[in-house]
Structure formats: structure tokens, C-alpha cells
Write a protein that binds this ligand. Structure first.
Ligand code: ATP
Length: 236
């Protein structure tokens, strides 16, 4: 059974239709990448899955349950966590406080402490900076903090919105390695990216979006090798 199933999704903002009849699925244990140019509808799909935007048509099922009418905080509590585009760490709070915010639904202190240890092991840079105001972190460090914060809720499915955006190449490499590592530890990942090369290299499967529609799908390897994808997204 698929962990996440999207069927015939439409999203409108007033008269503008951002997502058109989109269907796809994410199976347990996979990294699935949605790629597409600016305005293709990637963020709209992610925000609809997390309950921040309501679809005008279609259904979203998470572990067999309809969630497209479920309040966003209940969706998080059911095991689905989103790292928004642009990170959005809480300024004025320390790195540690930001991480603690991610665990606000998790009341088991022992479990949270164990989880925090794992997150610091994966992001040693965050441990070094745990007392630092989150606003003063570099872009790459903020991305790590936003991912660490999402992992504090121990999600089954992690949604990542353009984690590579605005980062130096060395950080991009590191972030994608961390995503693979998160998958290895048992978390399923849905990744949306404009960096098609990286996103498809680490993906089990991918979908290509254009003006709100899925125009192509396949394994990460197939899409990387596809002439259409190469021409449109990988510079020839
Ligand atoms: P990007 O990579 O630039 O973030 P995207 O693929 O994530 O693009 P969306 O952000 O989902 O695309 O946007 C899809 C379309 O919906 C765009 O035409 C955008 O202008 C429009 N849109 C997005 N949010 C809103 C909104 N709140 N109100 C009106 N139109 C919106």
C-alpha cells in the first residue's frame, strides 16, 4: 500500500488554477522527487498535502486515511511534517529552542532526548551552535535546523520544499547526503526541487510538473536519462 496517495488534485487561488488533475503516490521507504520550473505548482501541492491549502478537487490519503479535510496540526500529529521553502526558523530563539518547538506534540521526554541525540549526530553543526540565535545562522545551517526541527516530531513522511534553494554548492551536496541518510534511517521523503539533477540523483522515483500538470514520471535514473528532462531542466 502506498503511504501517500494523491488523486486528481486541483488547487485554485481564486480564478487561478495552480494544480491540474495531479495524481501520484509515495511508497513507504522511498525518496520521491517532484521537479519543475518556477510556478509549476510544486509548493501548492506540498502545502495542500500539509493542510495549509485546501484542494478544489481530488483526494489525499495518508496511510489509507483521507486527510484533505483534516486540520494541519492533526496532519502533523499523524506523522507528516513539512520543511517550508525559505526555512522559516524562529528568530530570537536559540537553535535548541527551535528544535524543542519541533517536539511540541511529543510529550515523552526520554524519547525526545534520544531523538535530539540522533539529530545532533546527523547535524553536528547544530550541536556546536545550540545556544546561538537561529536568525544568525548561515543559510545552510538554517536549512539544517529546519530539517532537524521537522525530524523532532519523528515524522513517517518528511516533505521538503526546495532544500537547496540559495545554498552554496558544498552545502547542497551535504543537504542531499543528509536526505539519503534520513531515508536510510527509515523516514519516507517527498522532495520538491528546482535542482533537478540533485533531486533525481537521490530519488527512487520522480514526477515532472509543468504548469500544474504531471507530464512525465519514472525512476530517478529514467528521468535523469530522459531527453525531455535533460533539455528542459538539465541544460541539454
Ligand atoms: P516556485 O518553484 O517558484 O516556488 P512552484 O512550482 O512551487 O514555484 P507554486 O508556488 O505552487 O509553484 O505556484 C503555482 C502557481 O500558483 C503560480 O502561478 C503562482 O503565482 C500561483 N500562486 C501560488 N500561491 C498563490 C496565492 N497564495 N495566491 C495566488 N496565486 C498563487
Amino acid at each position: 500500500m502506498a503511504m501517500l496517495t494523491i488523486n486528481n488534485l486541483d488547487v485554485h487561488y481564486g480564478v487561478i488554477q495552480a494544480v491540474r488533475d495531479v495524481s501520484f503516490e509515495v511508497n513507504e521507504g522511498e525518496v520521491v522527487s517532484l521537479i519543475g520550473a518556477n510556478g509549476a505548482g510544486k509548493t501548492s501541492i506540498l502545502r495542500t498535502i500539509s493542510g495549509l491549502v485546501r484542494p478544489s478537487n481530488g483526494t489525499i490519503q495518508f496511510e489509507g486515511k483521507d486527510i484533505h479535510k483534516t486540520p494541519a496540526q492533526k496532519i502533523v500529529a499523524s506523522g507528516l511534517s513539512q520543511v517550508p521553502e525559505g526555512r522559516h526558523v524562529f528568530p530570537g530563539l536559540t537553535v535548541m529552542e527551535n528544535l524543542e518547538m519541533g517536539a511540541f506534540l511529543r510529550k515523552n521526554r526520554e524519547e525526545n532526548a534520544q531523538n535530539l541525540k540522533k539529530i545532533f549526530a546527523r547535524f553536528p553543526r547544530l550541536e556546536e551552535r545550540k545556544g546561538q540565535d537561529a536568525a544568525t545562522l548561515s543559510g545552510g545551517e538554517q536549512q539544517m535546523l529546519a530539517m532537524g526541527r521537522a525530524l523532532m516530531s519523528q515524522p513517517k513522511l518528511l516533505l521538503l520544499d526546495e532544500p537547496s534553494m540559495g545554498l552554496a554548492p558544498i552545502f547542497i551536496q551535504e543537504i542531499f547526503e543528509i536526505i539519503k541518510d534520513i531515508q536510510k534511517q527509515g523516514t519516507t521523503v517527498l522532495l520538491i526541487e528546482q535542482n533537478a539533477n540533485m533531486a533525481l540523483s537521490i530519488a527512487d522515483r520522480g514526477y515532472v510538473l509543468e504548469t500544474g500538470k504531471v507530464i512525465l514520471s519514472g525512476t530517478g535514473k529514467e528521468l535523469l536519462a530522459s531527453d525531455d528532462v535533460r533539455k528542459a531542466y538539465l541544460g541539454g
